[in-house]
Write a protein that binds this ligand. Structure first.
Ligand code: PMP
Length: 404
């Protein structure tokens, strides 16, 4: 059965709205995706019917909320092919990387090496820079090829006896490139390094099995996966999480506390200090249920068709530069328009109701690699239609005329 984008759209109330008197064409889902009714309803239901703080109560609402929160952890675990004890709730993908980097950092020595790539988001760069500044850790950068792929030969050459961590994007938020995480993990492990994947983009577009990949750590955010903001996931192999020291201190993460001694809870609670994002976890659980009911292969084909349509229609546009043309890529089009600043392009598109992002996309090393200071980015999601892909190309063609 063909994928029914119209039926999907009907589940997203916000997509009914107009912008500047035109139907909204939302092509900024890589920054944050819109929310289906199922997610909104799950969070509203919890607030209206079954809400209290988790874990510490002996009353009915506390127990119900604890069940819902821990139930969400089970859903995430099943979604990733992991155990619930290997799933830590964080406030986002960014916090998850910070948690891992800070923990591993306590073991690293000056001269130890962390391998990143030129296509990383700042979320998977800055926490490792902290270790460079504070511990003298050396950062090594895998080059990106002209068409936007990781240079695997270069990656191999960077791996050595001092490589402790390899931290790479599973899918680039700018180039759309989908990296072969399993192969990268194998190479990292052969060098004796731990491997972390930034799955913030990849998780949205393809099934991820962390055990098959053999990732030590895998992180993502809820809000790009049609879930709420304020929630992220850190998956860590049980023994790797067990070896990490706590990140923040407070209630819920301890074993016992006295005036002169402290013991910590086992993972995952060791890493969940204080009242966690309860409603957000419930919302993420609902998002995962919602996605789980879809034919993900059909979704991927639909998104690919949207991208292919745009790419084909823009073929031969000599005023356009596309950044990222890897053979394995998702439905993200990053581009510059000759003679125009990306911000101006985005603002003109907005007048046509078309929402795209413009700027550095929190990926300054990548911008530098491609010799640009910014780019515009149209990112497609399952609720976009071919008509919207056309509306984008039409609006972009008109916008370009301003600068020609
Ligand atoms: N990594 C990638 C590849 C991303 O696209 C993003 C979000 N733009 C992040 C990390 C950071 O996610 P968050 O801001 O939700 O923590």
């Amino acid at each position: 059965m063909a994928f029914d984008a119209e039926a999907i759209r009907a589940e997203f109330p916000i997509l009914q709205r107009q912008v500047h008197g035109r139907p909204l064409v939302y092509l900024d889902s890589a920054a944050s995706a819109q929310k289906p009714r199922a997610v909104i309803a799950a969070m509203t239901h919890a607030m209206e019917h079954s809400y209290a703080n988790v874990h510490r109560g002996l009353h009915t609402l506390a127990n119900e909320t604890t069940d819902a929160y821990e139930g969400a952890r089970q859903k995430v675990a099943a979604f990733l092919g992991a155990e619930p004890s290997e799933i830590v709730f964080t406030k986002g993908g960014t916090e998850a990387v910070n948690l891992v980097a800070a923990g591993i950092g306590t073991f690293l020595q000056a001269g130890d090496e962390v391998v990143l790539s030129e296509m990383e988001h700042h979320a998977n760069i800055v926490p490792w820079h902290f270790l460079r500044e504070r511990k003298g850790v050396v950062l090594k950068w895998v080059r990106v090829t002209d068409d936007g792929q990781l240079d695997l030969g270069h990656f191999q050459s960077l791996l050595g006896p001092r490589t402790r961590v390899v931290a790479l994007s599973h899918m680039s938020n700018v180039l759309g490139t989908i990296n072969d995480a399993k192969d990268l993990a194998r190479m990292a492990h052969e060098a004796g390094a731990l491997v972390l994947f930034d799955g913030c983009q990849a998780i949205v577009h393809r099934p991820v099995d962390v055990k098959d990949i053999d990732a030590d750590f895998y992180v993502f955010s809820g809000h790009k996966l049609y879930g709420p903001t304020g929630i992220g996931i850190l998956y860590g192999k049980a023994e790797k999480l067990a070896a990490l020291p706590p990140y923040q201190g407070g209630g819920e993460m301890i074993g016992t506390v006295s005036q002169d001694q402290i013991t910590y809870a086992d993972p995952p609670h060791r890493f969940e200090a204080g009242t966690p994002p309860i409603l957000e976890a419930i919302g993420l659980g609902a998002a995962i249920d919602w996605i789980g009911a879809l034919d993900r292969e059909a979704v991927a084909q639909h998104e690919h068709a949207l991208y292919a349509r745009v790419r084909e229609r823009l073929n031969g546009a000599n005023w356009l530069r596309v950044i990222g043309e890897a053979p394995a890529k998702g439905a993200i089009l990053s581009f510059t328009v000759d003679g125009a600043h990306a911000h101006d392009v985005a603002q003109i598109l907005d007048r046509y109701g078309v929402a795209v992002r413009a700027g550095t996309h929190c990926a300054e090393p990548l911008m530098r690699r491609f010799g640009v200071t910014s780019s515009a980015r149209a990112s497609f999601a399952l609720y976009n239609t071919l008509e919207e892909a056309d509306a984008f190309v039409d609006a972009l063609t008109k916008a370009q005329a301003f600068f020609a």
